[in-house]
Design a binder for this molecule. Structure first.
Ligand SMILES: [Zn+2]
Length: 528
C-alpha cells in the first residue's frame, strides 16, 4: 500500500460525525472516497472499540461495482474487474475468486466483517491494504483526513514480470516467466513434496495477470507473492516432476525453468521399490508376531524348593521335570521354534528375572509351570488350574498366588523390586499387558482343554490371580498349577516320570494347537 499524504489532492476535508441511536461505543462517521482529482463520493463508516470500519456495501454502490447480498447465509460480494470478493458476517476472511479461472484465495482482515442494518462493514485499514492489491492503480488512505483515493489506471505501477506460460516438452515441461527486462538473480527450488519455489529478486509482478495463468499437465497451481524486494512464484507440481532447472537464454528476457518428469522406466523402478518396501515391512511385521520363541519357566529352584508334598516331594523338582520334557517335545516337533528356559538345572532364579529372560529372548509365549499344594496335608483337593494375571477373584486363588509370590522373600532387596499388587497396580500391569491379554486368555482356554484330555488330571478351570512371575512378561503368558502335591495320589503321579511326561505332552498339544490357530489368523490378517 502506498500511503500518500494528500497534499497534491486539493480535497476538502469531509469528516463529520453523527450521533445516532446506536450503542454508546459506536460512532458514526463519513468517509470520503476520491475516484479522480475532480470526483468524490461519501461512504459510511463508524468507529467501534478503537477500530474504524468502512461500509463496503456503500463503497460497491459508489464505485458502481456489480454486487449481491445473500441474507440467508449473511454474505455480501462485489466484483472488481475479473475478481469477485466475498465478505461474510462475523468472519475476518475475504474470499477472492478469479472469475475466469474460478481459482480462489483467502485474505485475512484484522477484524471480522460486521453486518449492521443489512450493510456490511470491514475494518478500514486492513481493507484498504487489501483493496490496494486489487485495484490496479493502487489505493491510498490519508490517515489524517480519512480520505480514500483510488489511483487511476494510468498511475498503475510498472510491472516487469507480466505472466507465466507453460509448454509441454518431450521430457517434461517448460515454464516461461515473461519478463520485460533481463533479471540476474533467479532461483528455482523444487521440494520433494512437489512445491516449486521460483524467486526473482528486484522484480514487480502483475499478480492479477499471473493469477490467470493457464495451468495444465504437471503444473497444478500457482501462487504469487510480491514482497518489496522480490517476487516469489510458488508452483504445485505433480509427483512425477523430478527436477527443476533454470535455463539461461541470453537472447530473451524471459526466465525459463525446465521441469524434467520421470520417464516410464524411472517411474516403474520407483513403483517397484515402493512395492518392495511395503512387502518387506509386511514380512518384518509378520515375523515380529510369529510364534517362534517359547519360554518355559520351571517354577522355583535352588534354595527355593516351592511347596512340599505329603511325602516331602519338592515342587521345584516336578516343575523342572515337566519343563525339560515339554521343551524337548517342542524342540523335536515344532520346526523353527526356539525354546528358552528360565532354568534348566536346580538353580535359584529371582521372579523378576524370569520375565526378563523371556523378554530378552523375544518370547512370544510364556508358560510358568508350578504345582499346587494346601497347608493341610494330606488333603483331597486335586486337579490342575491355569492362571491368568489379573486381580484374584476367589480367596483360594489369592492364597495360591500369595504362596507362589512368597518366594520373593528369598531375594535380596525384594521390597524395592516388587510393587505390592494393589488394585491400582493391577490396572497399570494389565494396561502394560493389554496387547497380550486376549492371546493369554485364548491360550489358557486351549491348554485347559488339552490338559483335560491328555493329562488324566481333573480340570479345575482357567482362573485369575496376581502372580509376580507374570507381571513383567511382554508376551502372552499363563501360569499352570499342574495338580496338588498335598494330595497323596496326585503327588505320586506328579513325581513319576510317566506323570510328568503326560503333563508335558498335554501342554505341548495345547501350545501346538494355539500356534496353528494363531499363525493362521496372522497370515490371513496380513493378506488383507
Ligand atoms: Zn510354585
Amino acid at each position: 500500500m502506498h500511503v500518500r499524504h494528500s497534499s497534491h489532492l486539493t480535497a476538502v476535508v469531509f469528516f463529520s460525525l453523527f450521533w445516532l441511536s446506536l450503542p454508546a461505543f459506536a460512532e458514526e462517521i463519513r468517509l470520503l472516497v476520491r475516484t479522480s482529482p475532480r470526483d468524490s463520493v461519501e461512504v459510511a463508516g463508524y468507529d467501534s472499540a478503537g477500530v474504524r470500519y468502512i461500509c463496503v456495501s456503500d463503497l460497491a454502490t459508489a464505485l458502481r461495482f456489480a454486487s449481491a447480498v445473500n441474507d440467508t447465509v449473511q454474505k455480501f460480494e462485489f466484483r472488481v474487474s475479473a475478481q469477485r470478493i466475498k465478505f461474510s458476517r462475523n468472519n475476518p476472511f475475504l474470499v477472492v475468486t478469479d472469475v475466469p479461472s474460478n481459482a480462489s484465495s483467502v485474505y485475512q482482515l484484522s477484524q471480522s466483517v460486521i453486518l449492521r442494518e443489512r450493510k456490511y462493514y470491514a475494518p478500514l485499514f486492513a481493507f484498504v491494504s487489501f483493496f490496494d492489491r486489487m485495484w490496479a492503480g493502487g489505493v491510498s488512505l490519508d490517515s489524517i483526513t480519512h480520505t480514500l483515493s483510488l489511483g487511476s489506471f494510468e498511475d498503475a505501477p510498472e510491472f516487469d514480470i507480466t505472466g507465466v506460460s507453460i509448454e509441454r516438452k518431450s521430457n517434461g515441461y517448460l515454464l516461461i516467466v515473461h519478463a520485460l527486462r533481463k533479471f540476474g538473480e533467479v532461483e528455482a527450488w523444487l521440494k520433494p513434496d512437489g512445491w516449486l519455489f521460483v524467486t526473482i529478486a528486484n522484480a514487480k509482478a502483475d499478480t492479477f495477470a499471473l493469477s490467470r495463468t493457464r495451468l495444465f499437465g504437471a503444473v497444478r497451481s500457482l501462487l504469487t507473492f510480491q514482497s518489496p524486494t522480490s517476487v516469489q512464484l510458488t508452483f504445485k507440481v505433480s509427483p512425477d516432476v523430478a527436477q527443476a532447472e533454470v535455463i539461461h537464454e541470453p537472447e530473451s528476457h524471459d526466465l525459463l525453468i525446465a521441469l524434467r518428469t520421470l520417464s516410464p522406466p524411472e517411474k516403474e523402478a520407483i513403483e517397484k521399490k515402493r512395492q518392495q518396501a511395503i512387502q518387506e515391512n509386511l514380512e518384518k511385521e509378520r515375523s515380529r508376531w510369529k510364534l517362534d520363541v517359547i519360554v518355559i519357566d520351571a517354577g522355583h529352584g535352588g534354595k527355593d524348593p516351592g511347596a512340599l508334598g505329603v511325602a516331602k516331594t519338592k515342587e521345584k523338582d516336578i516343575t523342572l521335570g515337566v519343563a525339560l520334557k515339554l521343551g524337548k517335545l517342542l524342540e523335536k516337533n515344532l520346526k523353527g521354534v526356539k525354546v528358552v528356559y528360565t532354568r534348566k538345572t536346580d538353580t535359584f532364579v529371582e521372579l523378576y528375572r524370569r520375565a526378563q529372560i523371556a523378554n530378552e529372548a523375544g518370547g512370544k509365549l510364556f508358560v510358568s509351570i508350578h504345582c499346587n499344594s494346601l497347608e493341610r496335608k494330606p488333603s483331597r483337593a486335586r486337579g490342575f488350574e491355569i492362571y491368568l494375571l489379573r486381580p484374584g477373584k476367589t480367596e483360594e486363588a489369592i492364597d495360591i498366588a500369595e504362596r507362589e509370590n512368597s518366594v520373593i522373600q528369598l531375594e535380596e532387596g525384594y521390597e524395592q523390586r516388587y510393587q505390592k499388587l494393589t488394585e491400582e497396580n493391577f490396572i497399570l500391569v494389565t494396561m502394560a499387558q493389554s496387547a497380550y491379554v486376549k492371546y493369554s486368555e485364548h491360550f489358557a482356554e486351549i491348554a485347559a482343554e488339552t490338559m483335560e484330555k491328555h493329562s488324566t488330571l481333573r480340570n479345575s478351570g482357567v482362573k485369575q490371580a496376581g502372580f509376580y512371575v507374570l507381571v513383567g512378561a511382554s508376551m502372552p503368558n499363563v501360569l499352570v498349577e499342574s495338580g496338588y502335591i498335598s494330595n497323596r495320589a496326585e503327588e505320586k503321579f506328579l513325581k513319576s516320570s510317566a506323570g510328568q511326561t503326560k503333563i508335558a505332552e498335554a501342554l505341548f498339544k495345547g501350545i501346538k494347537q494355539y500356534k496353528e490357530i494363531y499363525e493362521k489368523a496372522l497370515s490371513e490378517g496380513s493378506k488383507q
